[in-house]
Design a protein around this ligand. Structure first.
Ligand code: G6D
Length: 334
């Protein structure tokens, strides 16, 4: 594994570094210690062309001003919490009266401490951050680490740990948007998506779960066998910003027949939120063109959103005296 660390820029007087890990196949994983953002993943298509398969920017400034969480580690809690309320705790309200993605300045906007790790068949970067008691309203000093490994076989392994000194909430995710066509040549509509999920969480007009977990069978939400995303969007023109409850092997597979590239995601998390970017119309550029609908798809492994208001969802309350661990693995294939 070839490993490089270079200065990427400065944020609030702190140095931001980019780590570039290149494996024996010439496949590349890039990340920065601002937001623990994955800035690029370059893997071969069936013709051997090594190209980038995630959305990102070239410059730190763009991540700071424009990013819809491209590649970022989101926390303390991904997704929405109704009215920012957790029993008598009031969290920041940054989407109307609701709380989203940990508040207006969250994990994705911090410069993390970072260090390289080299192992026999993989290399990685461990990022560490302490979120102080009261951060965005959350109780407890929370210590988080996020490790991204890149293996010689082109697997990205993500391990997250957390420790707190008071009862608090934790439900992190990584918000990478995939586009397997390579360097965003095409939209993701000709990709297929398969999700091991029998149930999805119904959401209301504010994109908050109603608490109902509904069967995917015979609905637009049925991805139990690989489904073309164009067909899925025709079934559901408003697109997907949808939590799916994972079952069985809990795999999520995205595939692009034209390039031959695939990614299989395996996780110990309860759910995946699929965000299809439908309706996104932004002024900033990604790979030289304006960000718009279906230039990428975010597949966010996490516990079901707004769990604090739905006792049937897996608890996201964490207690002092324990180390909590979460893992998700992304295997790239051709
Ligand atoms: C998340 O579910 C949300 C979306 O609604 C939001 O727009 C995006 O993050 C930036 O996936």
């Amino acid at each position: 594994m070839d490993v490089h660390k270079k200065l990427y820029g400065h944020h609030n007087g702190q140095e931001v570094f980019e780590y570039v890990l290149t494996n024996q196949n010439g496949h590349v994983f890039r990340c920065i210690n601002y937001g623990a953002v994955v800035t690029g993943i370059e893997v071969a298509d069936k013709f051997g062309n090594v190209e980038n398969v995630v959305l990102g920017f070239d410059r730190l400034e763009d991540y700071v001003t424009d990013s819809p969480y491209f590649g970022a580690l989101v926390g303390r809690v991904a997704g929405r919490i109704a009215d920012g309320k957790w029993s008598d705790v009031q969290l920041t309200q940054n989407e109307g009266s609701n709380h989203i993605h940990g508040g207006p300045v969250n994990f994705s906007h911090q410069v993390w401490e970072s260090a390289l790790i080299q192992e026999e068949d993989k290399a990685g970067v461990v990022f560490s951050l302490t979120s102080p008691d009261g951060d965005n309203g959350y109780p407890g000093n929370l210590k988080t680490t996020v490790t991204y490994y890149w293996t010689e076989d082109s697997v990205w392994e993500m391990l997250i740990t957390a420790e707190t000194d008071q009862e608090t909430l934790f439900n992190p995710t990584n918000h990478t948007y995939f586009n397997l066509s390579g360097d965003v040549k095409r939209k993701i509509l000709d990709h297929t998506l398969q999700i091991d999920a029998d149930l999805y969480a119904e959401i209301n007009s504010k994109k908050l779960p109603t608490g109902n977990l509904l069967p995917v069978l015979d609905t637009a939400f049925d991805f139990k066998t690989a489904k073309n995303l164009q067909d899925a969007i025709e079934q559901r023109p408003e697109g997907f910003d949808t939590p799916f409850k994972l079952t069985g092997e809990k795999k999520i597979r995205l595939h692009d027949a034209q390039s031959g590239r695939g990614v299989t995601i395996e996780t110990d998390r309860e759910a995946v939120v699929v965000f299809s970017t439908t309706g996104m119309e932004e002024d900033y550029l990604v790979a030289g063109e304006k960000m718009s609908s279906h230039r990428g798809i975010a597949l966010e492994t996490q516990e079901l959103p707004d769990a604090v208001h739905h006792p049937d969802f897996r608890s996201i309350v964490i207690e002092p005296g324990k180390t909590y661990r979460y893992s998700t693995k992304y295997t790239f294939t051709v």
